[in-house]
Design a binder for this molecule. Structure first.
Ligand code: C2E
Ligand code: MG
Ligand code: MG
Ligand code: MG
Length: 280
């Protein structure tokens, strides 16, 4: 085995590394097949209106149903999908499934129902995103107002003119733009006024045990006060206990999402759950 320390000239792969590389290629091939065979499914998790208790929307979360390996979670394949560019195809399939759900859940005499999709920076900035969104809306009959994009702070920190223009075009079409995992990045507050952001989604690491942790509670309060001052909507993700839910309502957080109410479920289960909640 070669030395890797010092300004050494010799580079020999360690067995673990070459194994990892093989795995990556195997994973890529497996993903391509999975895409062709429709193995990527959107699960839906309810977003609850904390004032009315109604289900106001959902977040689409990608699940890979592999015939032999079972369900593979996004943490295990999204990074590889981003590296290989396959995130574009996965992203478009997710957009299409989210739009289909939005079309089913909206209708005359019903309150507006918004479906959120997670969008990775690579997907957003590949050059064809605006066209992809337009096409998916047109094909599904989904209105732009029924679709929400969850993006991460890292995308905004780069502060490219290109990003501003793209997000403005999407916001003008009527899509809602939300910052996901808010508070975990750099939170350079200045970008909030530069981008057409409508909503902050407070990261679950602050929310999960906020009722038992005074410091987390202080951070959540501060984020909510800031968002409310700026006229932004707020979502708390990772609500797992009633004490956190009660605090969040007290602090006028708009929406909550978490295992306390609903886990992510397949499309048909979600639709049943929503229908049942509307009758009740
Ligand atoms: P995220 O967008 O921040 O989604 C929230 C994650 O927290 C989801 O994990 C959800 O299942 C989980 N969660 C929701 N409520 C609770 C709770 O009360 N307690 C706990 N402990 N967890 C909760 P999931 O589905 O494994 O997704 C992980 C991440 O993968 C997502 O984080 C998102 O960043 C990414 N992801 C998922 N689907 C997609 C997709 O279609 N495209 C892209 N680009 N990324 C995706
Ligand atoms: Mg999200
Ligand atoms: Mg999140
Ligand atoms: Mg997260």
């Amino acid at each position: 085995e070669a030395k890797t320390s010092g300004g050494g000239a010799l580079h020999v792969y360690k067995p673990e590394l070459s194994e990892r590389v093989d795995n990556r290629f195997a994973m890529e091939a497996m993903m391509k097949m999975g895409l062709a065979e429709g193995q990527f499914h959107a699960y839906f998790q309810a977003k609850r209106d904390l004032k009315t208790g109604r289900i106001a929307g959902a977040e689409a979360l990608c699940r890979w149903m592999h015939p032999d390996k079972g369900m593979i979670s996004p943490a295990d394949f999204i990074p590889v999908a981003e590296e290989t560019g396959l995130i574009l195809q996965i992203g478009n399939q997710m957009l299409a499934q989210a739009c289909d759900m939005a079309v089913r859940c909206n209708g005359p005499g019903r309150p507006r129902f918004v479906v959120a999709v997670n969008v990775s920076p690579k997907q957003l900035l590949h050059g064809g995103f605006l066209c992809d969104v337009r096409r998916v809306l047109e094909d599904s009959g989904c209105r732009a107002q029924w679709l929400e994009l969850e993006i991460t702070e890292s995308l905004l920190l780069a502060d490219l003119e290109e990003t501003v223009e793209l997000l403005e075009a999407l916001a003008e079409m009527g899509l809602m733009i939300t910052i996901d995992d808010f508070g975990t990045g750099y939170s350079a507050m200045s970008y909030l006024s530069r981008f057409p952001i409508k909503c902050l989604k407070i990261d679950q690491s602050f929310v999960r045990d906020m009722a038992q942790d005074p410091e987390k509670q202080i951070l959540v309060r501060a984020i909510l006060a800031m968002a409310q001052g700026l006229g932004l909507k707020t979502v708390a993700e990772g609500v797992e206990d009633a004490a956190a839910a009660a605090l969040l309502s007290e602090l006028d957080c708009d929406y909550g999402q978490g295992y306390l109410w609903h886990r992510p479920v397949p499309a048909h289960n979600f639709y049943q759950l929503l229908a049942a909640s509307r009758v009740a």
